[in-house]
Design a protein around this ligand. Structure first.
Ligand SMILES: Cc1cc2nc3c(=O)[nH]c(=O)nc-3n(C[C@H](O)[C@H](O)[C@H](O)COP(=O)(O)O)c2cc1C
Length: 251
């Protein structure tokens, strides 16, 4: 079973692409996360967890989703992590998680996809984004083929510095950068409620026709990137920046 977490569609795209190649089913973790439901899942085939990289680690919310879920059946687990550049030392966190869950860690594959974190960086323009996705396709196909054959992913070569970077930067990132406090809707907002529907955390509620953010944000970028009127901003950091959503799943 392929279980994914995705804010702007990159990881969903990879999850569905792999599912097609290995003829497996796909589950969106957000359907449980939004409702704060514990999932009870069963899979005959290996588990394939597909997720974005958040500050060189698995997103905390997805990690706790996996930690809390009942996962019965197959005992092997693959991790496929989309990223804008690097997954850092994320493999060690995934390995620890497998130990906790009694799963056999079959490796972690990074897939470089377009950057979506526009509260800090720039997302690529559509042409550039399309080229990045095209380059990712053989990497996705290779991962799918290894999963199909039951072979482990290649061991990731990362140095001690990248591991240390992940360990140090991740807690600081969550402490200082992950918050909904700076999100707001401008006068362009038409009150369509798409942001509320797309919030993977169930953290947005429409009030008087405008979105209001709660305090359970993971900064997945779904709201700001998917707004049809570009009416969501994050303080001044997002002003004038291209919003990125993986085209295959736009809407
Ligand atoms: C909160 C946050 C933190 C991120 N941290 C990293 C990172 O540490 N390294 C990296 O290469 N990309 C990072 N990115 C970029 C995403 O991992 C990348 O664009 C991913 O493909 C987005 O997946 P999605 O579209 O499925 O949400 C980050 C994005 C977000 C939203």
């Amino acid at each position: 079973m392929i279980v994914y977490f995705s804010g702007t569609g990159n990881s969903e795209y990879c999850a569905r692409y792999i599912a097609k190649l290995i003829d497996d089913e796909v589950v969106d973790s957000a359907q449980y996360i939004r409702k704060k439901q514990i999932a009870q899942l069963e899979s005959e085939k290996p588990w394939v967890f597909v997720t974005p990289t958040y500050s060189w680690q698995l997103p905390k919310v997805f990690k706790s989703f996996i930690r809390q879920s009942g996962l019965s059946g197959n005992k092997s687990a693959y991790f496929v992590m989309t990223c804008g550049g690097s997954v850092g030392g994320a493999a060690s966190g995934a390995l620890e998680l497998c130990k906790e869950k009694g799963l056999r860690f079959k490796g972690l594959t990074p897939i470089v996809m377009p950057e979506n974190l526009i509260t800090m960086f720039k997302a690529p323009e559509p042409d550039e984004a399309a080229k990045i996705v095209e380059k990712a396709i053989p990497v996705i196909e290779k991962a799918a083929s290894l999963i199909k054959d039951g072979k482990p992913f290649e061991k990731l070569s990362y140095n001690f510095l990248s591991y240390l970077g992940s360990e140090l930067s991740n807690p600081l990132f969550y402490k200082f950068a992950v918050s909904a406090k700076k999100f707001y809707a401008t006068d362009e907002c038409i009150g369509c409620g798409l942001c509320e529907q797309k919030c993977v955390m169930g953290n947005i509620a429409m009030q008087d026709g405008k979105p209001k953010w709660g305090d359970n944000c993971t900064q997945c970028m779904a709201c700001i990137a998917r707004c049809p009127k570009q009416a969501i901003e994050y303080g001044k950091s997002s002003k004038g920046k291209t919003r990125y959503v993986c085209k295959a799943f736009e809407g």
